[in-house]
Design a protein around this ligand. Structure first.
Ligand SMILES: Cc1ncc(COP(=O)(O)O)c(C=O)c1O
Length: 404
């Protein structure tokens, strides 16, 4: 069967799921849960503990019982949800959009990301991806027959965008830049100055920007600028959003994309054929969440506490460095002095009974790094305890390697 596939699709080989034995996601993960290994590799708030506040749980239960649950919303999503989102986009993102023209609801933002890239990438087109970056950015482009071009951001520059690095990689065949902002895995929130430089770069080279803002909600002391709000950018940017990370509602599978009318004209037509919004009950439930976003404070407080503790604990390990997380609930940790990241991931499963992500999954610049999800579990102490076990195991390894 595989030989009958489009070659680009056939060679995709699972992406992040291709190395499940390295403890990322998949069946191997379920097996580790049974073995009581702490799973700190899945970016799902408070997973596997309860994350849904009672009022949302009740709304969901009511919505599932309604007759409407059995029926479609508009294929581009419920109008009530799009109206609430237009309000949120104005307040939070500085985007003045028409709910009738500029928003499509998607079943989670992974499909939104795919759908945002799809219309623009022709066979052989190059797509610049500042890296390390979310693995699907590479995989999606490959499946479409495009060529993902990693632009490795520099750790010593705090992984901030550096347009001169993009300039080095741009060619006649470059069609698009895909930005994960804030970044997963580095957590970096791109600053206004570098986003303005990126906007200028996209305009000068006539490029499309796809900006994935799944992690936009918790950026602590960092200003979160939505690139589509910068002058000249709305008409060339497709922005992807999610209810999974900030609101912790990943199981409802709701995301949305926002773009200019001209882009949406075609996307609306295809949304009917391909995307089909999300389930009616899920859409109605996230409306309630948007009307009462105060519940997100629980997440924010937990992450604010955990990031400081994680920073202290991880930086106390000889040979290990970790910048203060700038957003969300991840840590990006340099363990290169202790060995390859694949070795360290396996070592931590054995010696600390904790499973984290191998940096090699995140493209250029990922080797020698771990992504640790500190947003798992509801109980702060459980996370801190796992971090101490990581510290103890890595301290033993450092000692064995003679690293003081
Ligand atoms: C950067 C980023 N974008 C998008 C997604 C997809 O999330 P969802 O499909 O649940 O909205 C993820 C999930 O891990 C992510 O990390």
């Amino acid at each position: 069967m595989k030989e009958k596939m489009i070659p680009a699709f056939a060679k995709a080989n699972g992406g992040l799921f291709g190395s499940t034995e390295k403890a990322d996601i998949g069946d191997a993960y379920a097996k580790m849960a049974e073995e009581k290994i702490d799973l700190m590799g899945w970016a799902d708030p408070f997973m596997p503990d309860p994350s849904m506040p009672d009022f949302i749980r009740e709304t969901l239960a009511e919505e599932v019982m309604k007759e409407s649950a059995a029926h479609y919303t508009a294929p581009v999503g419920s109008l009530r949800l799009r109206q609430l989102l237009a309000k949120k986009l104005k307040q939070q993102n500085g985007l003045d959009v028409d709910p009738m023209r500029n928003i499509i609801i998607t079943p989670g933002s992974d499909s939104g990301l795919y759908f945002a890239i799809l219309p623009f990438v022709h066979e052989g087109d190059e797509v610049l991806i500042p890296s390390p970056s979310y693995p699907n950015n590479f995989l999606d482009v490959e499946i479409m027959g495009g060529i993902p071009v990693a632009v490795e951001l520099k750790e010593e520059e705090g992984y901030q965008l550096n347009v001169s690095l993009l300039e080095e990689k741009v060619t006649e065949r470059t069609r698009m830049v895909i930005l994960t902002h804030p970044n997963n895995p580095t957590t970096v929130v791109y600053d206004r100055r570098s986003l303005e430089a990126l906007a200028d770069f996209c305009i000068r080279h006539d490029l499309i920007l796809v900006c994935d803002q799944a992690f936009e909600d918790f950026t602590f002391e960092h200003e979160m600028v939505t690139p589509a709000s910068l002058p000249g950018m709305f008409e060339r940017t497709v922005t992807v959003f999610s209810f999974s990370k900030g609101m912790g509602l990943s199981g409802l599978r709701v995301g949305y994309i926002v773009a200019d009318d001209k882009v949406m004209d075609t996307m609306y037509a295809n949304a009917v054929a391909v995307v089909g919004a999300a389930s009616t009950s899920a859409q109605n439930t996230v409306c309630k969440a948007l009307e009462h976003p105060e519940f997100m404070k629980v997440f924010e407080e937990a992450y604010a506490y955990r990031r400081v503790k994680a920073y202290e604990i991880l930086n106390s390990i000889p040979g290990v460095t970790c910048a203060m997380p700038q957003s969300g609930f991840l840590c990006w940790v340099n363990v290169s002095a202790l060995g390859s990241s694949s070795e360290i991931v396996s070592y931590l499963v054995r010696e600390a009974r904790v499973s984290v992500n191998d940096g090699i999954n995140y493209g250029a610049g990922g080797e020698g790094h771990l992504r640790i999800v500190i947003g798992v579990y509801r109980d702060n102490d459980k996370v801190i305890d796992a971090l101490y076990r990581i510290r103890d195991a890595l301290c033993r390894l450092a000692e064995a390697k003679g690293i003081a």
